[in-house]
Design a protein around this ligand. Structure first.
Ligand SMILES: Cc1cc2nc3c(=O)[nH]c(=O)nc-3n(C[C@H](O)[C@H](O)[C@H](O)COP(=O)(O)OP(=O)(O)OC[C@H]3O[C@@H](n4cnc5c(N)ncnc54)[C@H](O)[C@@H]3O)c2cc1C
Length: 289
C-alpha cells in the first residue's frame, strides 16, 4: 500500500482547514472523521465572532460551507473513527475499523468530546432520550418534557433554546448560584440514574431529604468537554488535562505528529484559532515533504 504524505484526524474547523490547505498544496492525504464534518460547529446556534459574517452565522451553516469547500477541492474523507496511531521508524500506521493506513505525517485535530456524568442509564439511553447537544436534538422533543443537567453560561443559552420546544426542568446542583430563567422550573438535586424501557421515562435524583423521581422524555447533559486523545501513541506528551503539548510550529513531542485546534494545549478554543492552526501545520509539513 502507498504511503500517504499526511493523515488528518478530525474534521472540525481545524481538520477541514488543514484539508483545504493540504489539497491546495497538492499533498496525498486523507481526513478521518468519526462522526460528522464540522465537529462542534454543528452544536452552535449562532456564531457572531467569526469574520466575514456581519450578522452572524449558524454553526451548521458554517460547517457545511467549510465541508463544501473541502469537497470542491477533492479532499478525500474516510468517515471512520481512528482507533490507534502507531509510529514505526519514520512511518505512522493509522488504524481505523478493520483497515490500516500508512503516512509520513499526522495532524491531530480531534478536538474535544462531551464529558459524561457517569450515572446508570446514561450510555444505555444515548440517542434514545439522552443527548449532549441541544441544537442537534432539541427539535426531537417538541411538546415533550426534558430535564437539563449542567451549569454555566452555555447551559443558560441551551435552556432558552430548548424551552421553545419542550417543557424544561433544570436539574441543578444543590449549592449552585441563584438564577431565574422564565418558563423553566428548577429542581435542586444530584442526578443518580436515568430509567426507561425503550426510551427514557424518568430520572432519579437525590435531594437532602431523599430520592426523587422526575418524569421526562429526554435528558440533556452539559457537563463540559474533555480532550479526545485516547488513540494517540503513549510518547505524545499531554498537559495535565490531556491536551497535546506542541512547539511553536505545532509539532508534538513525536516528530511528524502535529496538533491543531481545541486538542492543542494552550489553544484559544475558538474557531479562528482552530483554522489558524490547520493552516500553520500544513505550512510546516509542506516544508518537509
Ligand atoms: C456550545 C458551543 C458554542 C461555541 N461557540 C463558539 C463561538 O461562538 N465562536 C467560536 O469561535 N467558537 C465557539 N465554540 C468553540 C468551537 O466550536 C471550537 O473551538 C472549534 O469547534 C474547535 O475546532 P476543532 O476542529 O479543533 O475541534 P472540534 O470542533 O471538536 O472537531 C473535532 C472533530 O474530530 C473528530 N474526532 C475526534 N476523535 C476522532 C477520532 N478518534 N477519529 C476520527 N475523528 C475524530 C470529532 O468527531 C470532531 O468532528 C463553541 C463551542 C461550543 C461547544
Amino acid at each position: 500500500m502507498d504511503i500517504l504524505d499526511l493523515a488528518i484526524i478530525g474534521s472540525g474547523p481545524a481538520g477541514l482547514t488543514a484539508g483545504i490547505y493540504g489539497a491546495r498544496a497538492n499533498m496525498s492525504f486523507v481526513v478521518f472523521e468519526g462522526m460528522y464534518p464540522g465537529g462542534k460547529l454543528v452544536w452552535i446556534k449562532k456564531i457572531e465572532n467569526y469574520p466575514g459574517f456581519p450578522t452572524g452565522v449558524s454553526g451548521p451553516e458554517l460547517a457545511e460551507r467549510f465541508y463544501n469547500q473541502a469537497t470542491n477541492l477533492k479532499v478525500n474523507f474516510i468517515f471512520q473513527k481512528v482507533e490507534k496511531v502507531v509510529k514505526d521508524k519514520d512511518v505512522f500506521k493509522i488504524i481505523s475499523g478493520t483497515q490500516s493506513y500508512q503516512t509520513r505525517f499526522v495532524i491531530v485535530a480531534s478536538g474535544s468530546v462531551p464529558k459524561k456524568l457517569g450515572i446508570k442509564g446514561e450510555d444505555e439511553f444515548l440517542g434514545r432520550g439522552v443527548s449532549y447537544c441541544a441544537i442537534c436534538d432539541g427539535p426531537l422533543f417538541k411538546n415533550k418534557k426534558v430535564v437539563v443537567i449542567g451549569e454555566g453560561k452555555h447551559v443558560e443559552t441551551d435552556l432558552e433554546y430548548l424551552k421553545r420546544f419542550s417543557s424544561v426542568t433544570w436539574l441543578r446542583k444543590p449549592n449552585s448560584q441563584e438564577k431565574k430563567i422564565d418558563g423553566i422550573s428548577v429542581v435542586r438535586a444530584i442526578p443518580v440514574e436515568i430509567v426507561g424501557e425503550y426510551s427514557v421515562k424518568l430520572i432519579i435524583a437525590q435531594t437532602e431529604s431523599g430520592f426523587i423521581e422526575i418524569e421526562t422524555d429526554g435528558v440533556f447533559i452539559f457537563a463540559g468537554f474533555k480532550p479526545s486523545f485516547d488513540f494517540l501513541p503513549p510518547d505524545v506528551i499531554l498537559d495535565d488535562i490531556g491536551y497535546v503539548k506542541t512547539d511553536g510550529n505545532l509539532q508534538s513531542s513525536v516528530e511528524g505528529l502535529y496538533a491543531c485546534g481545541d486538542i492543542r494545549s494552550g489553544s484559544l478554543k475558538q474557531i479562528v484559532a482552530a483554522v489558524n492552526d490547520g493552516a500553520v501545520a500544513i505550512n510546516e509539513i509542506r516544508k518537509k515533504i
